[in-house]
Design a protein around this ligand. Structure first.
Ligand SMILES: Nc1ncnc2c1ncn2[C@@H]1O[C@H](COP(=O)(O)OP(=O)(O)O)[C@@H](O)[C@H]1O
Ligand SMILES: [Mg+2]
Length: 232
């Protein structure tokens, strides 16, 4: 069943004098993504992968085109509806630090989205946080540390635990392991695959590394200059 459908999506950036210089970062992209499947997105740096991922999630406003999530057009959603969508669609960035508040203990980093979205009461919260940290195979002891006291791989696991608390249906993983050493990279990729099997999450998996994308994906889209030039 189709979870996400993207139709002729465009995102242009304007810059320069009178904003007359236009960069067609995403220039007419269409694809469909099934429930529980992974579409890999590969291409050289600067070809528009991150812009596409963010525009699909409405973190950037599209210049043109449509995005349907569960058969509903989300390109025009506002306010509360957009906020609700913000739990179902998530993003994992290359730098996990960017998603975590350095002043919060790991426990609070994971509990924060549950609080913001009112997903569990104070008592249930502790149980849920322990469940989530266990789900990404991290020791409970880390819950009382701060982000700077964890390794890159551990931080990326914390980010994943934090996101999973919201029970997302769709995740954009934007080069989630590019900063990690190969062994840790393999562990995180295996974890993402396992979570997908357990929870039926769909992924748009972005990487500049063709080997990683091939391994992770059911289908691969190759991007060049803002367009998808090949599916395989
Ligand atoms: N906020 C922005 N403002 C203007 N141009 C941008 C912005 N973000 C990215 N770009 C440009 O858009 C193009 C695509 O960038 P990006 O989506 O980051 O590519 P990738 O993720 O494939 O490396 C690049 O030419 C980049 O310089
Ligand atoms: Mg990028």
């Amino acid at each position: 069943m189709t979870l996400l459908k993207v139709e002729n999506l465009k995102k242009y950036y304007s810059s320069g004098l009178f904003r007359r210089q236009v960069n067609r970062a995403v220039d007419g992209v269409s694809f469909e993504l099934e429930r529980g499947k992974t579409l890999g997105l590969v291409g050289k740096s600067g070809c528009g992968k991150s812009t596409l991922g963010r525009t699909v999630l409405r973190l950037l406003e599209p210049t043109a085109g449509k995005v349907f999530f569960e058969d509903r057009e989300i390109s025009g959603l506002r306010g509360r509806e957009l906020k609700k969508l913000g739990t179902e669609m998530q993003i994992i960035f290359q730098h996990p630090e960017a998603s975590l508040n350095p002043k919060m203990r790991i426990y609070d980093c994971i509990a924060e989205p549950l609080r913001i979205h009112g997903l569990c009461g104070k008592e249930a919260e502790k149980t849920r946080v322990l469940e989530l940290i266990g789900g990404v195979a991290l020791d409970e002891e880390l819950l009382f540390r701060y982000p700077r006291e964890l390794s890159g791989g551990q931080l990326q696991r914390v980010v994943i635990a934090r996101i999973l608390g919201l029970k997302p249906k769709f995740i954009v993983a934007d080069e989630p392991t590019s900063m990690l050493d190969p062994l840790v990279q393999a562990q995180i990729l295996t974890l993402l695959k396992k979570l997908q099997q357990d929870c039926g999450i769909s992924f748009l998996f972005i990487s500049h590394d063709p080997a990683v994308v091939e391994w992770m994906s059911d289908e691969v889209a190759v991007m060049e200059g803002g367009k998808i030039v090949e599916f395989h």
